[in-house]
Design a protein around this ligand. Structure first.
Ligand code: NAG
Ligand code: NAG
Ligand code: NAG
Length: 304
């Protein structure tokens, strides 16, 4: 890569582990050690068009456009003071980042492949079903957008394993878990192992930092503690993004926008309306019961 860049904040930690490998907890730990971490949940708006361009150029194998877009990504990281990356989408470009930052260490977290596959299929890939519906179809093109095709190709899925419309071709209609997901459990498990081994093969052992959150602060402090900081004591951060955190909120938001768009296209862009629907979805049981009571009263009057 031949890039003209003006890097003021070099990257010190490159996260090569896949999403759903405790990346949010580890990001929070690295922040305690003084790092500014680029993560899916800390990605600022300027990165969105850059990533769309990276994915487009990569899918179309346009090397010149790819290098330009990638250069914008690296420059933006530095401009915003990020010195560590974790999670998707940056985990898929760990090799390119290693080339640009020869002194950075590569952090690889481990997780049980089965529980990883379950988490991905349940949450990550089940979001894909929203991206092929309006209002997302044009801006979040599933076949090439950052959260669709490109991302799955980086993990080595074959085309026939990817179900762009969120419904696996050979799905078992009685399997609730896989029914709404764009990837099956079996292919997710295979992809996890394949990706994990690929990182171990491609990263020289002196740069690779294997890690499991169960190990706590010790290994992170040993590798990454800046000389003027002290290693934190006490429990290691545990941030659950799956069941009631970032991912569930994101899924509610996507779903709200799809449903509002069906009522009227302009509604799906009204932030306050989307947030109100999300609020109701969170308290759905209470809201449904309240509506039932109102209708029950109505029926009572009619039958009398
Ligand atoms: C990482 O970046 C943050 C913010 O840009 C900075 O305060 C911190 O000192 C940097 N950490 C190291 C180890 O250089
Ligand atoms: C999405 O991208 C594919 C591949 O580039 C293209 O064929 C398709 O027309 C795009 N769909 C939309 C809705 O933009
Ligand atoms: C350690 O040094 C970095 C970089 O100079 C600075 O950003 C950070 O605030 C310092 N931390 C402490 C605890 O002094």
């Amino acid at each position: 890569m031949n890039l003209t860049l003006n890097i003021t904040t070099p990257l010190l930690i490159i996260g090569a582990a896949l999403p759903r490998t405790a990346t949010t907890s580890i990001a929070s730990a690295l922040e305690r050690l003084g790092y500014k971490v680029f993560h899916f949940t800390t990605m600022t708006k300027p990165f969105h068009p850059i990533w769309e361009d990276i994915c487009d150029a990569d899918t179309q194998q346009d090397k010149q456009q790819y290098d330009l877009a990638f250069g914008r990504f690296v420059q933006q990281l530095s401009d915003e003071g990020f010195n560590a990356t974790l999670d998707q989408p940056s985990c898929f470009v760990y090799e390119q980042l290693m080339e640009i930052y020869p002194d950075a260490k590569v952090l690889q977290t481990q997780r049980d492949a089965g529980s990883w596959a379950r988490s991905m299929v349940e949450m990550g890939y089940s979001m894909d079903m929203y991206f092929w519906q309006p209002p997302f179809t044009s801006s979040w093109n599933v076949t090439k957008g950052p959260y669709g095709y490109w991302h799955k190709k980086q993990m080595g899925y074959r085309d026939e394993e990817i179900h762009p419309h969120g419904v696996p071709k050979n799905s078992n209609p009685y399997n609730k878990l896989e029914r709404k997901s764009s990837i099956s459990m079996a292919s997710a498990k295979v992809a996890y192992h394949r990706y994990h081994h690929q990182v171990q093969e491609k990263v020289p052992s002196e740069r690779l930092v294997p890690y499991h959150p169960k190990q706590g602060w010790g290994p992170l402090c040993k590798q990454f503690l800046p000389s003027n900081e002290t290693c934190p004591e006490g429990p290691f951060p545990h941030v659950n993004t799956n069941n009631d955190g970032f991912l569930l909120d994101a899924r509610r938001k996507f779903s709200a926008r799809v449903h509002l768009h069906k009522i009227h296209p302009s509604l799906s862009n009204q932030k306050w309306l989307v947030n109100s629907v999300v609020f109701i979805m969170k308290r759905r049981r209470k809201a449904i019961n309240a509506i039932r009571r109102i209708f029950a009263k109505g029926n009572f009057k009619q039958t009398n």
